[in-house]
Ligand binder design. Structure first.
Ligand code: DGJ
Length: 332
């Protein structure tokens, strides 16, 4: 039997048992789903519904149709073992771009008022007659009545009239939903979603720093914002700032890891807070991009050292998460 089949069997058994005992996460390693296939959720985001986590991200499988851009969804009870749910979006070239257009960093929000799942994505490409693959600089929106159903693309727009490339998702402790987006001429913006989540309606702040890969967490009364430098697919030293309010003022940016490691070759996509019965762990979710083999891009998930205005990404090692207590133990 092939190794991947064994792996799929083990993962499948753990998934069926709804395993919530401490489970290992292996940063940078091959991460297989319940089918024994590479998890395709790059530039992704995680939401929690009840006691189930859903991970959405770019599906860059080699066998995807070249004319589509895809988003996949996986579910998990322990954040370590993931079950493939559905390729929730298979988007054709709805905006009439030239070749090489992009759908990146999809993020899904659940709107309790409309009971709809709303997917935001960076949608980009060059329109006929234009040059430059990332000149559209818009947000795309798709919705669905079911978390892992087939999402319907609705529209694209420039949030509050601004350019938008990388997007990041943030839901505050009071349930208010925000998007972080990179507005190339000016910097990082954080804006609140409208009541129906179908647009952005209120800008919270503009941070005049040229950063992307935005990720935000509210921890012990302070907001921590991470961003990466603008170096395409190449890793760079990611940095963070803090503020008491989303409106700022924001502190100066500092490194989250030794700068020479270039964030251990990764790039931020989300900060995931796991509040357990004993403690709260904040997980850095990063992508280790492989630009020429995008389907094999890896994930770097590590528990952060965070508190009192400081944030630090420890050197990646395998680690265990107890999803009930929230405790994380790094294996040395
Ligand atoms: C950096 C971004 O963070 C990625 O999502 C992707 O857009 C690459 N740039 C493309 O070069």
């Amino acid at each position: 039997m092939k190794l991947t089949v064994y792996a799929a069997l083990i993962v499948g058994l753990l998934t069926i048992s709804g395993c919530t005992t401490p489970q290992s996460i292996h940063p940078g390693a091959v991460w297989l789903d319940n089918r024994g296939q590479l998890i395709q959720a790059h530039g992704g985001g995680v939401i929690k519904l009840g006691n189930t986590y859903y991970w959405f991200g770019e599906d860059r499988s080699r066998d995807n149709s070249r004319t589509n851009r895809c988003v996949s969804c996986y579910s998990s009870k322990n954040l370590a073992h993931w079950t493939f749910c559905n390729q929730v979006l298979k988007l054709g070239n709805v905006e009439n771009f030239q070749r090489g257009w992009a759908l990146e960093r999809p993020k899904v929000f659940y709107n309790p008022r409309t009971k709809k799942y709303v997917m935001y994505m960076h949608i980009d490409g060059a329109l006929p007659g234009q040059s430059g693959g990332y000149s559209f600089a818009r947000i795309g929106v798709a919705t669905c009545a079911k978390v892992d159903g087939d999402y319907q693309y609705l529209k694209s727009f420039r949030p509050l009239g601004h350019e938008s490339r990388d997007i990041g998702q943030f839901v505050d402790d009071d349930g208010t939903a925000y998007l972080i987006f990179e507005d190339r001429p000016f910097g990082f913006r954080i804006a609140q979603l409208s009541d129906d989540y179908l647009t952005l309606e209120k800008e919270m702040c503009l941070i005049p720093e040229h950063l992307e890969g935005g990720a935000l967490v509210h921890y012990n009364g302070l907001y921590y914002l991470i961003g990466s430098e603008l170096t395409g697919w190449n890793a760079n030293p990611n940095v963070y700032a803090t503020a008491k309010s989303l409106a700022g003022p924001w502190s100066e940016f500092k490194d989250i890891a030794p700068p020479e490691t270039k964030t251990y070759d990764s790039q931020s996509t989300m900060l995931l807070k796991v509040a357990g019965t004993k403690t709260t762990t904040v997980i850095f979710m990063g992508d280790i991009w492989k630009p020429r083999m995008q389907w094999d891009s890896r994930y770097l998930w590590m528990p952060l050292e965070i508190g009192d205005g400081k944030l630090w990404l420890p050197q990646p090692h395998d680690w265990m998460l107890n999803i009930k207590t929230g405790e994380a133990v790094i294996k040395q």
